[in-house]
Design a binder for this molecule. Structure first.
Ligand code: URP
Ligand code: ZN
Ligand code: ZN
Ligand code: ZN
Length: 515
């Protein structure tokens, strides 16, 4: 692997406006709201409060009647991924452009090695794909898609300061591709625990899916509806329970990605009562914003456009139930699992649903969808919205308090959120490259008027002005205190240090915003 080329972003574009004052807004953090102005210099929040003393020549954004929130952190994207014989439509440029358009200023993508491939080689490949393209900051999780002593060794290397990884994803589905068996999963989770890394699990029973798929295809059920029929809710719930049992045996924390059903949430709830370590549940914009009835749509493109794993659920009460679980902390975070495929690629499964590349959009609309379904309905308040869309991800992946917080010392990743802004979601107007949107035609009230990425106004009163390559790679140190606080820190190397924080005036305990 060659080293990624040096960034070519001209200096004047990197800091076209190095001083910014957001005036008259209401600052929202996970733990409270306050009326405060926010002063930003050189990409960092420097001051918070009213009547701040500011140097001349500072750009002022009036946020009267608006909320000022941390930029979103999407803990789950797949940009420029090759999967099931296809390549995602959105790469690290168009994917992060879409993220910023919707108010997300950090994405965490998944390095997914091929079976037998070196994890380090795959990581380097991801850095090469991303570093010069990202419009906002990004971090990486690494997939453990096969198991051997060399994988274990590479996991340890990846957890050092040099690589900056503190999370690994294991698959209980995608038999014959990325799936691990229970022994391997146990070993991988144990390894994570010893390294101070967070194991993440795709929870579905891959053997049951494989057998059901054979039976459905043999019976002539080849259309996209077969996808959901091959993997109903209990297939997900069983795997959620099994993953929790294995993590409990390993005495390890656990993060379950893309929780898609009420059954899965119930399984998680039961498991959490016996777990010795924290378990985090992530749901998706797709889960709260649409449902599995689309698999019965007669139009193949439409139905296939919704194919993802685990699938959207046909039970129409699912989206609201998931929002409620997110509101009352049975689920902790919302991602997008953004993994978009053009029509020509979805068509690979025209005669066999099991060949439809899995994945949907969401990185752009995640924030607006949760605002619409969560805040506008009264299910959650803006503080919980911030927790679910940014703060908890920052805490869990050790980016806190640099990210996910509006406070002096934190990165100036900020949203001026207009709760009255209305928009109709459509593939015709979205910032993605993909030709389809699972939220097509939905009206949402509430969205970003300004999006500030590291101090740069990248959505300027609705005008998208991203810069390719402007984002940075964020190292995520192992032994995150939020996840491993009660754990003995027997791993002695450097990566516990908060090296990701600049030395300058920022502090470890930024000035908090209170009511
Ligand atoms: O359908 C999905 N979720 N595609 C992306 C890969 C994964 O399992 O996260
Ligand atoms: Zn280490
Ligand atoms: Zn997955
Ligand atoms: Zn995914």
């Amino acid at each position: 692997m060659t080293n990624a080329p040096v960034k070519k972003v001209p200096i004047h574009l990197q800091s076209s406006q190095n001083r910014l004052l957001i005036k008259n807004g209401r600052v929202v953090n996970e733990d409270g709201m306050e009326d405060a102005d926010v002063y930003v210099e050189d990409g960092i929040i420097k001051q918070l409060g009213r009547n701040l003393i500011i140097p001349g020549g500072t750009r002022v954004i009036d946020a009267t009647g608006k909320l000022v929130m941390p930029g979103g952190i999407d803990p789950h994207t797949h940009l420029e991924l090759e999967m099931m014989g296809a390549k995602t439509a959105d790469d690290f440029y168009t994917g992060t452009r879409a993220a910023v358009a919707g108010g997300t200023t950090t994405v965490i993508d998944f390095v997914l090695p091929q079976k037998g491939q070196s994890l380090i080689e795959a990581y380097n490949h991801w850095r090469e794909k991303a570093d010069n393209k990202v419009c906002c900051d990004y971090a990486l999780h690494v997939g453990v898609t096969w198991w051997s002593p060399s994988v274990m060794k590479e996991m340890e290397q990846l957890c050092t300061e040099e690589y900056g990884i503190n999370s690994f994803k294991m698959f209980m589905a995608y038999k014959d591709a990325w799936m691990l068996d229970d022994y391997q999963l146990y070993c991988a989770i144990e390894t994570c625990k010893n390294l101070g890394a967070l194991p993440m699990v795709h929870a579905e029973n891959g053997h049951i899916i494989a057998r059901n798929t054979e039976k459905l295809i043999a019976a002539g059920k080849t259309d996209p509806e077969g996808h959901e029929l091959s993997r109903d809710e209990e297939v997900e719930a069983e795997a959620v329970n099994r993953a929790c049992v294995i993590a409990n045996q390993a005495n390890s924390p656990l993060y379950i990605v893309h929780m898609m059903s009420k059954s899965a949430v119930r399984a998680l709830e039961i498991a959490r009562t016996r777990q010795r370590q924290p378990v985090y549940g992530e749901t998706l914009a797709a889960t709260v914003g649409t449902d599995g009835t689309h698999y019965r749509n007669a139009c193949f493109r439409h139905a296939a456009g919704h194919v993802m794993s685990p699938p959207l659920r046909s039970d129409p009460s699912t989206p609201q139930a998931i929002v409620e679980a997110l509101a009352d902390d049975r689920l902790q975070l919302i991602g997008s699992d953004n993994c978009t495929f053009h029509e020509k690629h979805k068509a690979l499964g025209k005669n066999d649903f099991s060949r439809i590349p899995n994945g949907v959009n969401g990185v752009e609309d995640r924030m607006a969808i949760l605002w619409q379904k969560g805040v506008n309905t009264g299910a959650m308040d803006p503080c919980r919205f911030v927790a679910a869309t940014s703060a908890t991800a920052a805490r869990v992946f050790n980016l806190w308090p640099r990210k996910g917080l509006v406070a002096a010392g934190s990165d100036a990743d900020l949203l001026v959120w207009d709760p009255r802004l209305t928009r109709t979601i459509s593939a015709a107007s979205h910032a993605h490259a993909v030709d389809f949107n699972i939220f097509e035609g939905q009206n949402v009230v509430g969205g970003p008027q300004y999006v500030i990425v590291n101090g740069r106004v990248c959505l300027d009163d609705g005008d998208l002005r991203v810069v390719e390559g402007f984002g940075r790679f964020l190292k995520t140190p192992a032994f995150c205190p939020y996840v491993f606080s009660s754990e003995p820190k027997h791993h002695t190397v450097h990566h516990q240090e908060p090296h990701q924080l600049p030395e300058s005036p920022r502090s470890h305990s930024p000035q908090r915003v209170t009511n």
